[in-house]
Write a protein that binds this ligand. Structure first.
Ligand code: IVH
Length: 676
């Protein structure tokens, strides 16, 4: 076949695959109505990736494979907004809302005004410009007139389309150039998962999903944004900086037709009384939403009326945010209990004399950790103020007493052993939290198994939440080693488990025994030991036995292992329960040895900074090669940098190198140093 015809066929297949994938992405992420399984979706994506790898010249920027691309950047560029991004005035009572409504009707000269009620999503607002149907620019709110350009990060949000088919824009009656404004948020579940992962890595937790989302949007490396599982809900559309439809409800409908995710919980109402009904209806229901909201936004629906009302300072007169109150109550701490979380973190929880707050009886409130107890100065027997915010768990916010604690109060002490399993409790230097280090502690087991079985670890396909839930409920598994003694009969006792799926799961478990030592180390869930550190440990020690007996000094000879990581590894192997677990994994036939890899020393003590596009390899590969030869790679140029490797279109790092007199070399010269 002539090349041109073959290329044409490939091009058609690529386009067809991309169309199909875009459709399924929309069904899954925007409409929440998937038609195919995750595995089928992955298969389509892999086929596309494979074809694009063979034909890199045919990759388009709006291909679904191109959400995460490029290397981390060095800073954000400021961009002026096409029209100011305003904030909202707040109301805290129905009375304030009624007063606002009276003013609106007076200024608009109308007896009746139609409003649209929307959830006030607790995220951060964003402006996203589309040019010629393609996502062109994403900008944060900033100070309202100028924001920061975060396009590469926004592209990784799966519910935000990279391009919109012309047909969809036509039916939405939208031109090909327009701007969407909306809210980026992190669903509660992603937030919890992320904090658990940060616990494992010994990183500080994010206080709430909003901060976590803000952090994820403002990181310099889009790969990190991609891992944070963000969502985007659109609520305005602008064309040339102006509103385009004659009502707000029409804009919302057009956005949904075009393919954006629009929060379905909006309602147009005829008067403020109906708006108040909407608000009180969501006051309790909001607990069941998969993301946090901090109030309800009420907007005048008609564009004409909006224009008549105009703005005051930084907020429109035609909209207002009703904020749900953080509800509080006074009560006494009767006792302090200790809860063991899914990551092994021990949380002191106050057992309270029952108190009614916002219509719910509260008997427990978190005290977070020992530092927080000290900060509050709380003792058992104290009177305290308890708050229920947007989140479900009430917290103690203040101790109430004049000068001294009432008589009969006493201090709370953290127990020396885990209340769930009797395992060792540790508190690292400078850390606020106490933790149980027994990998088989029942409180942690669910998370430990899910981590152990997950794709990047032991890759046991089918061992998901549903199956693990059943195995734990029926007490069929007490630690990860028990997975290896499950039988067909065991699995057939479970719900929704036929012969075929049971056999598949068993085959997957069997197959996992072949995975290399580094995966087993990673699978143990040692805090601060992620995939990369596990790999370095396996390469350095070559066996689980050597790793288990290594002292702090030996551990710190491994690249990237410092005092904190080595301490965490020691704590793990000092727990006798973990020794028994490893013995049982060994008996089950998992890989406990691996090749010892000596690191090169040719580049030892030398620090490299890479800038620009390299011609013969990705930056990641260059980094791996340098590290394998004993060198270090850093993200920024300083006096300590030995070489800056400059590829095509180098960035400001090159200037910095010249300024500091750091030696600049080419990719070829780097190869010379690496002998390749
Ligand atoms: S409208 C001019 N609608 O709340 C109107 N904002 O306090 C400004 N927000 O910066 C935005 N949900 O980040 C609007 N349904 C919603 C919203 C919403 C959340 C946020 C947005 C805004 C802030 C103002």
């Amino acid at each position: 076949m002539p090349t041109a015809i073959r290329a044409g066929a490939v091009q058609r297949e690529l386009e067809a695959l991309r169309e199909q994938i875009r459709r399924h992405e929309r069904l899954y992420y925007v409409l929440d109505q998937p038609e195919i399984s995750d595995a089928e979706f992955d298969a389509l994506m892999n086929r596309l990736k494979g074809l694009e790898k063979q034909h890199p010249d045919l990759i388009t920027p709006d291909s679904p494979t191109q959400r995460v691309g490029g290397a981390p950047r060095e800073g954000f560029v400021k961009v002026a907004h096409s029209a100011p991004m305003l904030s909202l005035d707040n109301a805290y009572s129905y009375e304030e809302l009624r007063a606002w409504d009276r003013r609106v009707r007076e200024l608009a000269g109308a007896d009746q005004i139609e409003y649209v009620c929307e959830l006030k999503l607790d995220g951060l607002s964003m402006a996203v410009r589309y040019a010629g149907r393609h996502l062109q620019l994403g900008v944060t709110r900033g100070d309202g007139s100028v924001g920061e350009e975060v396009t590469a990060n926004l592209r990784t949000i799966p519910s935000l389309p990279l391009s919109i088919p012309a047909a969809q824009l036509n039916s939405a009656k939208l031109p090909h150039d327009f701007e969407v404004r909306g809210e980026v948020l992190m669903p509660t579940r992603s937030f919890e998962r992320m904090n658990e992962e940060r616990d494992r890595q010994g990183l500080p937790r994010f206080a709430n999903p909003r901060n976590a989302a803000a952090g994820a949007v403002r990181v310099l490396d889009p790969n990190i944004t991609a891992q944070r599982r963000l969502d985007f809900y659109a609520y305005f559309v602008l064309v040339r900086g102006n509103y385009f439809f004659s009502t707000h409800s029409a804009s919302l409908q057009a956005l949904a037709t075009a393919g954006f995710k629009v929060n379905p919980n909006w309602k147009s109402v005829h008067d403020i009384a109906e708006a108040i009904e909407f608000i009180s209806g969501w006051e309790q229901r909001r607990q069941s939403l998969p993301y946090e909201i901090d109030g309800i936004v009420i907007k005048v629906n008609g564009l004409r009326a909006q224009q008549e009302l105009g703005f005051t300072g930084k907020a429109p007169r035609w909209a207002i945010a009703y904020k749900y109150a953080a509800r509080a109550g006074l009560t006494r701490i009767e006792d302090v209990l200790v809860q063991v979380g899914r990551t092994g973190k021990l949380t002191p929880v106050a057992a309270l004399s029952p108190v009614s707050i916002g219509g719910t009886t509260v008997t427990r409130a978190t005290l977070h950790n020992m530092d927080e107890i000290a900060r509050l100065g709380a003792r058992i027997g104290d009177w305290v103020q308890v708050e229920r915010g947007g989140d479900v768990i009430p917290k103690v916010v203040k101790v109430i007493h004049d000068a001294e604690h009432p008589r009969g109060t006493r201090d709370f002490q953290m127990p020396a052993r885990c209340p769930e399993c009797g395992g060792n409790i540790v508190r690292g230097d400078g850390e606020a939290d106490h933790r149980c280090v027994n990998a088989s502690c029942p409180a942690k087991l669910r998370e430990t198994i899910l981590h152990f079985a997950s794709r990047g670890v032991m890759n046991i396909d089918g061992m998901g939440e549903a199956l693990v839930g059943q195995l734990l409920e029926r007490k069929m598994v007490r630690d990860v080693a028990d997975l290896y003694s499950l039988t067909l009969d065991d699995l057939l006792k479970l719900e929704r488990m036929g012969e075929k799926s049971a056999a598949n799961v068993l085959a997957e478990i069997e197959r996992s025994k072949q995975l290399p030592l580094e995966r087993v180390i990673y699978g143990l869930g040692i805090r601060m030991v992620g995939e990369r550190t596990a790999g370095l440990l396996a390469a350095h020690f070559g066996s689980m036995d050597e790793l288990m007996i290594a002292g702090a000094e030996q551990l710190q000879q491994v690249p990237e292992v410092g005092p904190r990581v080595s301490e965490s590894i020691r704590e793990f192997f000092d727990e006798p329960g973990n020794h028994r677990l490893i013995e049982r994994l060994k008996a089950a036939g998992l890989q406990m040895r691996g090749p010892k890899k000596q690191r090169g020393t040719a580049l030892a003590g030398k620090t490299f900074v890479l800038t620009g596009t390299l011609a013969r390899r990705t930056r990641e590969d260059a980094k791996a090669l340098i590290e394998a030869a004993g060198g270090k790679v850093s993200g920024s140029v300083s006096k300590k940098t030995t070489y800056v490797v400059a590829g095509a279109d180098p960035g400001s790092k090159l200037e910095k190198a010249r300024e500091l007199g750091v030696q600049v070399i080419t990719e070829k010269e780097l190869e010379g140093l690496l002998n390749c």
